[in-house]
Design a protein around this ligand. Structure first.
Ligand code: SF4
Length: 375
């Protein structure tokens, strides 16, 4: 569970059992013999609740020891030895398990493990991988923009619900999503992380591009600490050309609708400092100061083209994100996004129709062609 599990999923393909809010619920099944934690988000009452069941809580990092837990320090030079020690403790504790059976009632297939390198590979293969198809699709208006949908699931809101609402509305609006953190589990349980289900719900332009490349419209990039991968993707888009020359000014927005961890704030700040407008859900922890709020929004926007907003209303979060994307498109003089323009029913075209299409949608036909979508 949580982002440590996202990392294990990303690197080894091992299924995750959910996000941050599932930790206590997992223990309450009575079926968990050992729960090992590192430095990612850990519910503070986890050792207390484990006392009511047989679960052993094991801490592995000297930075995050918890009273009431067993500490088995992770030895970076001998990781297998640490793992074996934890496994042995879990096996020994099995005899104390009173519950039988399984509480897994639903399983959700998902495709995760996208990295900036793999996204490049998907767009052209080993020898011709590039970000050109993505940039071209954004320039032509097939893809309206990109949103990094990241962060925690939070029991103070309808947990996982805000992620699912925003993910669905954004893909309907032809916005490609790169997702990290516990919110990715929310997208997975909604069935949004497989091309088969998610493309049905996507806008026609986004769908067309994702079908051509062979990717889902929501790309699960890993743990919340892997948000740097999102910025690497934005950097690759800038290097590829045709959009903004740097991260700042891209038709891209970061959203953490259910954030609860300080780590999320730190990540939001480096996104804003890199030139990405960021919208957090919930009330602002610094909302009492108009001056701080002005600095985080207007001043940062003026200086870095990034900003940090707090907005509890998910519909307003959506509107703000689309507004930022459309504003960036306008500044970059990209084709105005028109919903439903692309992806109409496919027809067999004659040459005249193909020439027309060429004018509209083939921005760099031929060797040395222009990247201007109007070319
Ligand atoms: S910061 Fe948020 S997204 Fe990351 S592990 Fe913690 S709860 Fe999950």
């Amino acid at each position: 569970m949580c982002c440590t599990a996202n990392e294990v999923l990303m690197r080894h393909g091992i299924p995750t059992a959910g996000g941050f809010t599932n930790q206590e619920l997992g223990i309450m099944t009575g079926l968990i013999d050992a729960l090992s934690v590192d430095v990612q988000c850990i519910m503070p009452a986890i050792t207390e609740i484990s006392k009511k069941f047989h679960t052993k809580i094991i801490t592995t990092s000297p930075k995050a020891m918890i009273q009431g837990a067993v500490h088995i320090e992770h030895d970076e030079h001998h990781p297998k030895k640490t793992a074996e020690e934890i496994l042995k403790l879990a096996c020994d504790n099995f005899r104390n398990r009173k519950k039988t059976g399984s509480h897994i009632s639903d399983k959700f297939p998902l495709i995760g493990g996208f990295s900036d390198e793999y996204i490049e590979y998907m767009q052209g293969g080993k020898w011709r991988g590039s970000y050109r198809p993505l940039n071209d699709a954004i320039m032509a208006g097939r893809i309206r923009g990109v949103v990094g949908l990241a962060g925690c699931d939070n029991p103070r809101v309808p947990s996982t619900g805000l992620h699912q609402y925003l993910a669905l509305e954004l893909i309907k609006n032809d916005v490609l999503i790169v997702s990290t953190g516990c919110g990715s589990a929310a997208c997975g349980t909604a069935g949004f992380l497989t091309p088969e289900t998610a493309l049905e719900m996507s806008g026609p332009g986004l769908r067309e591009v994702c079908e051509a490349i062979g990717i889902p419209p929501i790309l699960h990039l890993g743990a919340c600490v892997d948000n740097s991968r999102i910025l690497t993707i934005a950097t690759n888009m800038a290097k590829e050309g045709g959009l903004s020359d740097e991260i700042a000014g891209m038709p891209a927005v970061g959203i953490a609708p259910e954030w609860m961890s300080e780590k999320a704030i730190a990540i939001g700040c480096y996104f804003a400092a890199s030139g990405v407008p960021v919208i957090f859900g919930g009330e602002s922890p610094v909302g009492a100061s108009q001056e701080v709020t002005r600095i985080m929004t207007e001043v940062w926007m003026e200086r870095y083209m990034g900003a940090l907003h707090f907005e509890p209303d998910p519909e307003k979060i959506l509107a703000m994100a689309l507004n930022y994307i459309d504003g960036a498109r306008e500044r970059l003089k990209l084709r105005k996004y028109e919903p439903g323009k692309f992806g109409a029913e496919r027809v067999l075209m004659d040459m005249a129709a193909r020439r027309e299409l060429e004018k509209v949608a083939t921005p760099h036909a031929g060797v040395g062609g222009s990247h201007d979508p109007d070319a």
